[in-house]
Ligand binder design. Structure first.
Ligand code: PEP
Ligand code: MN
Length: 332
């Protein structure tokens, strides 16, 4: 249950009531909010005379549910707004991993040339094998920071585990929680306490309910800027790396109020399918795409097969721009 308290209830009193009824408490500028388990179907008597409005929820998809808030939440990344009534589809581009200054600078220049402003690049890579390239870590993060200073782009990079969550939170404009880290409660709780956008990727064996509940960990701590990212789930199919769950996207658009970014690169796993998939995604009227591109994909230290050349990425932008405008959106 989500409860909005009357204006006459102070922040301190709201905190005390939350303690008493074992609820989460979010203190907004003009609104004290309490959130209990969705199992609660009737207002507790401790709140008699103190409630402005309340929502009885069907399950623990609560703050993210359209039943509570019917409009898509607005999230701002640097100079770009998605969600709300922006009708923007942000195209986030960059390599899988930051590998060198020369490489990430080449990607930053590509974005500038294309009028795009959100640069991706992994620094702490959650690889499937310990023998694979693990990322440049803090050094890579500082290279992204350098690109932001030089080109003015916003940067997005992934948190792999608790050892560097504070560094990523401090320096990145958007904190990416990867598919493998989606269940990491330490990361989710750390991201709940900040006021920065968080891109939460769906685990590849995660149901939509579990996915949204992971987002609830962040929302219930008071961070309203959560973006969901569908990046493919594991099915019986082995010819493609994963299976992009567009049915799931339709579900999330219908039932949740969170902006949705799609990742055709990791879903497909092969460059040849990334642009067609990106077009299909864009046709659904989505809030963003995240696409891997590398100056020389064949030499990439991670995800080489799926990264687009800069020429292919440029062509992708052209293609998805046409589709976006056909469905009333704009690539930004
Ligand atoms: C990535 O974005 O490079 C990445 C590792 O993605 P995912 O967490 O979706 O596998
Ligand atoms: Mn990757």
């Amino acid at each position: 249950m989500i409860i909005h308290l009357k204006e006459s209830v102070s922040r301190e009193d709201a905190a005390q009531l939350a303690e008493q009824i074992k609820a989460f408490h979010i203190s907004k500028e003009n609104q004290e909010v309490l959130i209990t388990s969705s199992g609660m179907k009737e207002l507790p008597s401790a709140l008699d005379g103190k409630v402005l409005d309340f929502w009885v929820m069907d399950n623990d998809m609560q703050l993210a549910a359209r039943k509570y808030k019917n409009t898509t939440r607005e999230v701002t990344i640097g100079g770009v707004t998605i969600g709300g009534d922006s009708k923007n589809t942000v195209l986030i581009g960059g390599p899988c991993s930051v590998e060198s200054e020369e490489q990430i600078e080449s990607s930053a220049q590509l974005l500038t040339k294309l009028g795009l402003s959100v640069l991706r690049g992994g620094c702490y890579k959650p690889r499937t094998s310990p023998y694979s390239f693990q990322g440049l870590g803090y050094e890579g993060l500082m290279l992204l920071v350098k690109m932001r200073e030089k080109y003015g782009h916003s940067i997005i990079t992934e948190v792999r585990d608790a050892t560097h969550v504070a560094d990523v939170i401090e320096h990145s404009d958007v904190v990416q929680i990867g598919a493998k880290a989606m269940y990491d409660q330490g990361i989710l709780r750390a991201c709940a306490k900040i006021k920065k956008p968080v891109l939460l990727k769906r685990g590849f064996g995660t149901t939509l309910q579990e996915f949204v509940q992971a987002a609830e960990f962040i929302l219930s701590g008071g961070n309203e800027q959560v973006i969901l990212c569908e990046r493919g789930i594991r099915t019986f199919e082995q010819k493609t790396r994963f299976t992009l769950d567009l049915c799931g996207v339709a579900y999330l658009q219908e039932y949740t109020n969170l902006p949705i970014v799609l990742d055709p690169s990791h879903a497909m796993g092969y460059a040849y399918g990334v642009t067609p998939l990106a077009k299909a995604c864009t046709a659904m009227g989505i809030d963003g795409l995240i696409v891997e591109t590398h100056p020389t994909p064949t030499k990439a230290k991670s995800d080489a097969a799926q990264q687009l050349t800069h020429e292919e990425f440029t062509a992708l932008k052209e293609e998805v721009s046409k589709i976006a405008s056909a469905v009333g959106y704009k690539i930004v």
